[in-house]
Every structure is written in structure tokens, then in C-alpha cells.
Design a protein around this ligand. Structure first.
Ligand code: TRP
Length: 325
């Protein structure tokens, strides 16, 4: 039995990339390998590195939880822990210990702070907090997107440093598990990001979703004057490919080849396809967002379920480091 962790920073609507690269494959992986133990964490402390205010912080926790719940994670399954990072004080305690093991110089090489002079200490230490999430539970595999792979390398490095220092294996050396690496473009072809206003939010209401899809940039040419290859390379078709399964994508490719359907109709089809494909999830998401008390209860249960292991592991770590006298 392996221990597997994943999580998404709760900083607003998780973008399509998170859903396609993390949530969907995690759900499938759990179904196919249900002998393992799964840790699905809402990374609210990581979102604190870009704190705006209390209400936004809270609301984003609910959104993050509702996303996972809308995909029907079996939070009641005894092998699954679904919890909020900030509930586990042992994580922040371990975070301090790990900070004292990792050289600043090494951390500075790290990509997200390289080109930014205005970062806070939380952003610098972001990967160390991730290491704490992982090492506290002696995780074997970490489900992440490729952009997080370096964080897992840092986690492995810290685990080895501590084990060496103590001359004892107190931390397992985790591996990253990357299922997909689809860089999903925004509707303007740039990187999908909320601040650029170019996202597709599959949980938005129908009208907004339709607008987002109809606004996907396309070339202003008659469909009969464009080659099939040109169409295939448009942002629209890229987005279509990432969202749809193989059958749907073959279907739309055939339609384009044989019937020469135009961009307008391709967009209409994509819109309908998303509504159909995520119909259940969209309903469940709204249900949970309208019933936040239920989310609160689920997260409290999640905390109670993981409390014992957190304390036990923390006890061992503290003892080995010398804090139990
Ligand atoms: N940093 C991850 C993200 O970008 C979230 C995260 C925090 C995480 N701690 C983790 C993922 C531990 C896997 C394991 O959303």
C-alpha cells in the first residue's frame, strides 16, 4: 500500500489546467488503485502567500473543496483523507524545522522567485511548506503538474538532508507522479490566468461559459479559405483537444474535414460538449457552494480523521529532533 498526496492551492477558481491535469487523473487513479491511502489537501496556507482579505480566503477554501467534491471524491472512504492544510498545525511546526535544514542559496535558484524582486518570505519558502505537507505523512508519491516538479525535488533533497543529519531514516523519499502535462492556453492563446481575463471556467453559469467559449480567438477568415492543418493549430482546436476525450476529438476533426463546419459552429459544439461532459459536476459544485455548511462538516470530519496520524508522526519527528525531553 502506498501513500499518495495531492492538492491545489486555494487561490480562486482552479484553472482548467488544474482540473484536467490534477483533479481528473487523481479521481481516475483512486478508482483504479483503491488499495492505496490518499491525502487530498486544500492548500490554503499556500494561498496565504497572496493574501487579499479574510472573506476571499474563506470563499476560496470553499471553492477548492467544492471542486473536489463535485468530482465525487469518496471522502468517507477510510483510505482517503480530505482536509484543509491550515487545520494541521503539525505541518507549520514541521515547516519551521525544515526551514532550518535548507540553504537559502539553493532556494534562491528556484524558478518562481528568480525574476521577481518583490516577493515575501512566504513565497520564498513556498516549497519548504510543500515539503512539510508531504514529509509529515511519509508520502510515497505526489501527484503534481510538471510546474511543481522542482518542489518535489526540493522535498526529496530536504528529506535526505534530515535523514543524513540524524543518521536515521525518519522521512521517506517521495516521488512525483505526473499524469498529464497539458499546457492549456487561455482564450487569447496566452497562458490561462484569471488576471488576464482569458479563462474558461467550466463551473461558471451557462451564459458566462458560453461567452468565454464564443470569445476564443480565431482567425478572421472564411472557413473555406483555411487549410485543415491551420484549423487544427488554432487555439480553439487546442482547447477542444484538451477538454475532450479521444472520441469527441475525432468526431470534431471529421466534422471539420468533411463538412467544413466553421469556427462559430465548432465553438457551439464545444460549449454543448462541456455542458454535457461536466453536467453532474456543475450541478454538484453549485449544490455545495449553496450549502457551505456541508463542506464545513466534511472538512471537520476530514480533520478529525487525520488528526491522530498527524499527532503520531509529529511526535516521532519531535522525538528524533530532540524536542521531547
Ligand atoms: N503547490 C500546489 C499547487 O500549485 C499545491 C500543494 C501544496 C501541493 N502542497 C502540496 C500539491 C503537497 C501536492 C503536495 O496548487
Amino acid at each position: 500500500m502506498k501513500r499518495i498526496i495531492t492538492g491545489i492551492q486555494s487561490s480562486g477558481m482552479p484553472h482548467l489546467g488544474n482540473i484536467i491535469n490534477i483533479v481528473l487523473p487523481t479521481i481516475k487513479y483512486i478508482k483504479d488503485n483503491n488499495i492505496n491511502k490518499y491525502y487530498i489537501m486544500i492548500a490554503d496556507l499556500h494561498s496565504f502567500t497572496i493574501y487579499k482579505n479574510k472573506n476571499i480566503l474563506i470563499n476560496n477554501i470553499y471553492i477548492n473543496a467544492a471542486i473536489w467534491l463535485s468530482f465525487n471524491i469518496q471522502y468517507y472512504n477510510k483510505n482517503l483523507f480530505f482536509y484543509r492544510q491550515s487545520d494541521i498545525k503539525e505541518i507549520t511546526e514541521l515547516f519551521w524545522y525544515l526551514n532550518c535544514f535548507f540553504p537559502l542559496n539553493r532556494l534562491k535558484l528556484f524558478h518562481s522567485i528568480k525574476n521577481n524582486n518583490n516577493y515575501n518570505m512566504g513565497i520564498i519558502n513556498y516549497p519548504i511548506l510543500m515539503a512539510s505537507d508531504i514529509l509529515l505523512y511519509n508520502i510515497d508519491k505526489v501527484i503534481v503538474g510538471i510546474d511543481q516538479k522542482q518542489h518535489i525535488e526540493i522535498t526529496r533533497k530536504i528529506a535526505k538532508l534530515v535523514n543524513n543529519k540524524l543518521n536515521k531514516i525518519i522521512f521517506n523519499i517521495p516521488k512525483s507522479l505526473i499524469f498529464n502535462n497539458k499546457l492549456i492556453p487561455g482564450i487569447d492563446g496566452k497562458k490561462m490566468s484569471k488576471s488576464l481575463g482569458n479563462i474558461i471556467n467550466i463551473f461558471a453559469n451557462k451564459y458566462i461559459l458560453e461567452k468565454q467559449i464564443m470569445n476564443i480567438h480565431t482567425v478572421n477568415k472564411n472557413i473555406n479559405n483555411i487549410t485543415y492543418d491551420e484549423i487544427k493549430n488554432t487555439i480553439l482546436l487546442k482547447i477542444y483537444k484538451y477538454i475532450s476525450d479521444n472520441d469527441e476529438y475525432s468526431y470534431i476533426k471529421d466534422k471539420i474535414k468533411n463538412n467544413r463546419i466553421g469556427f462559430y459552429n465548432i465553438k457551439k459544439k464545444l460549449f454543448k460538449y462541456i455542458l454535457l461532459k461536466f453536467n453532474k459536476e456543475r450541478k454538484l459544485f453549485n449544490y455545495y457552494i449553496e450549502n457551505k455548511k456541508i463542506i464545513k462538516k466534511i472538512l471537520l470530519k476530514g480533520y478529525n480523521k487525520i488528526k491522530k496520524i498527524s499527532k503520531k508522526r509529529s511526535y516521532i519527528i519531535n522525538k528524533e529532533l530532540g524536542f521531547k525531553i
